[in-house]
Structure formats: C-alpha cells, structure tokens
Ligand binder design. Structure first.
Ligand SMILES: C[S@@+](CC[C@H](N)C(=O)[O-])C[C@H]1O[C@@H](n2cnc3c(N)ncnc32)[C@H](O)[C@@H]1O
Length: 308
C-alpha cells in the first residue's frame, strides 16, 4: 500500500493506493488525495539530515521567546541550517527561527542572530507567569530560562517593599513582582531599547505595584532614597557594583545577588567584603544554581540580608 495517498470510496467502490500491482485486485488509474503526514517528533523531521543524537542535542538548545525560537547550531552542522530552521519551525509551531551567531557580548548583553526560517520579525510578546513582555530579540537581553528564578524572587517579596532592579533589561523581574505585589520598583538599565520595551510592558500589564523606569548607567543615577530590596542580575559584573548596593540598601534589606561561578563561596565572600567596608553585616538567606552557564560554571543566586 502507498501510504502517501488517502483511500477513496466512490459509487460503491473502494480505491486503495498501491506501490505495485497486486494479484486478485483490479488495478485502475485515478486521482487520489495526498495524505498529510504530521511528524511525531523533531527526530522524524530531521530524519536523513541529522543523526538522532545530533537532533537530541539541538532540541536542548532551543529558547522559545514568544513567537520566536532561538537555536544554537554547532559549527559542524551550520551547512544544514536551512533544514534545521524548517524542522524547528514545524516542530515548535512558532513564527520565526533565529540562529545564534555570537556569544552574549558588550555592556547591553545582547547577541548577534541570523534568521534561518519563517517571518523576518525580531519583535514578539513573551508570556511569563501571567505577564506579557514585548521585546526585540536582537536589541535587548532576555532569557526565558530565568522564569522560575523571577517567580521565586517575586514570591519572597513582602507588601510595600521599595525595590531597586539595578540591571532590569525589559523588566521581567519588576513585571512579575509588581503584578503580584503592592510595591514600588525602580528599574534601571543602560540600554535605551530595553527601557523603551519596559515602558511598553508597564502599559501592557495590569500591575498592583508601580514601576519607575530609568534609562541610565546605574552609577550615574542620583538616588534620594534607599531600598528594601536590590536585584543585581548582571552575573558577569554584579560584584563590581556591590559597594553601591551596600550604600543603597536599607537596614535589614535584601540583596538578590547573581554571578557566574562554580560555587557559592566566591559570591558570599564578595558580599561580606563589600558589607564590612561599610560596617554592615551579611546573613545569607538562600543560595541556588539558577542555570548552567558553561561546563562546570553556573549562574548562581545568593539572597543576603544586610544589617547596619
Ligand atoms: C543579564 S541582563 C539582565 C536583564 C534582566 N534583569 C533580565 O533578567 O532579563 C543585564 C542588563 O544590565 C544592563 N547593564 C549593564 N551595565 C549596566 C550599568 N552599568 N547600568 C545599568 N544597566 C546596565 C544591560 O543593558 C542588560 O540589560
């Protein structure tokens, strides 16, 4: 039987598509509808293009941001990027597939991307924990892999906190926090595109709390108040801003500190050293490995209570 076509019934006869003549059946030549095949999984879609192992590795490299998929294709498979793009589009049912062309770089922490399938549109709306986040994937930093961390921080916030997000990007931390808590968030980022989207996102979401967006280098903002919580998600460089954070934190305030490390010891020491310079004390409340950043290295989170 030829599985590419549908069986047809007409005028009391049944027509079965075949690949070769069959004895004891009458063979005729008629038009049959083609059968749409829906591949069961990504491996089926790339059958004959990649090995099953190569396909499995690719699948773990997807980041889905709204209607856009960002995929990391190893150098040795780049000559198959078109097939990979089409398969990714069919498998994820999103609108565009972009391939990573560089590591995350520069002050604004963005990466170069290349469209490999679907619509040429780098703007999308990503939904996360009941919030809507509009962004341009080529102009701003955003990682959907931090969603659980953002929710966890939001769940630890208390009513009426004054919060500073020192490196807010498009505002995923402020958005989930202000959606679920009656708080005042000051959100700062040096990337004007990130702040443009944050301002759109403030309007897109129904928030309990308020968010004040500031486009600036955090070291150049003149603060007139101190904060009950400071979020420092710039993991490569956050430690260089700890002195400033110690000046801006209220007594008993909490710093949600992030860095790249193979352990928690280095971050804890950095927090303690910055605090002792200002005669403050550190109580470590919690430590977590948020996600792997490179072999053996983690994006780690340390929650610390700072006391005067
Ligand atoms: C890793 S991203 C984190 C963004 C956001 N917190 C999130 O979770 O999506 C770090 C952000 O810090 C911003 N940034 C880097 N240096 C900065 C500085 N000196 N002052 C303010 N923002 C800065 C970058 O533009 C980038 O958006």
């Amino acid at each position: 039987m030829n599985m590419d076509y549908k069986i047809k019934t007409e005028d009391g006869y049944g027509y079965i598509p075949i690949n070769e003549d069959v004895d004891s059946y009458e063979v005729c030549d008629i038009e049959l509808e083609t059968l749409k095949k829906y591949p069961k999984n990504f491996t089926d879609l790339l059958d004959g293009v990649l090995t099953a192992e190569e396909t499995e590795d690719l699948k773990t490299s997807f980041d889905i941001i709204g209607d856009i998929v960002i995929v990391e294709i190893p150098k040795n498979l780049e000559n198959k990027k078109e097939e990979i793009g089409k398969a990714t589009l069919a498998f994820t049912k999103r609108k565009s597939v972009f391939m990573k062309k560089s590591a995350i770089h520069g002050t604004t922490r963005i990466r170069d991307l290349e469209l490999i399938a679907g619509e040429d549109n780098n703007i999308t709306i990503h939904k996360e924990h009941g919030t809507r986040l509009q962004l341009n994937v080529e102009e701003v930093y955003f990682s959907p892999r931090l969603a659980t961390e953002r929710k966890r921080v939001s769940d630890s916030v208390r009513e009426n906190e004054k919060i500073l997000d020192m490196f807010c990007g498009i505002g995923p931390f402020p958005m989930v926090i202000a959606k679920n808590n009656n708080v005042d968030v000051t959100a700062v980022d040096i990337n004007d595109s990130a702040i443009k989207y944050l301002e759109k996102n403030i309007k897109l979401n129904k928030l309990q709390g308020s968010i004040n967006a500031i486009c600036s280098d955090i070291t150049e903002v003149e603060f007139k108040e101190k904060f009950d919580r400071i979020i420092m998600n710039l993991p490569g460089l956050a430690y260089t801003f700890l002195d400033l954070a110690m000046d801006l934190i209220n007594d008993q305030g909490i710093i949600n500190y992030y860095e790249f490390s193979d352990s928690f010891g280095q971050g804890i020491e950095r927090l303690q050293s910055a605090a002792s310079k200002k005669n403050k004390k550190v109580e470590i409340l919690n430590t977590r490995k948020v996600k792997s950043s490179s072999p053996g290295m983690w994006h780690v989170a340390i929650d610390a209570r700072i006391t005067d």
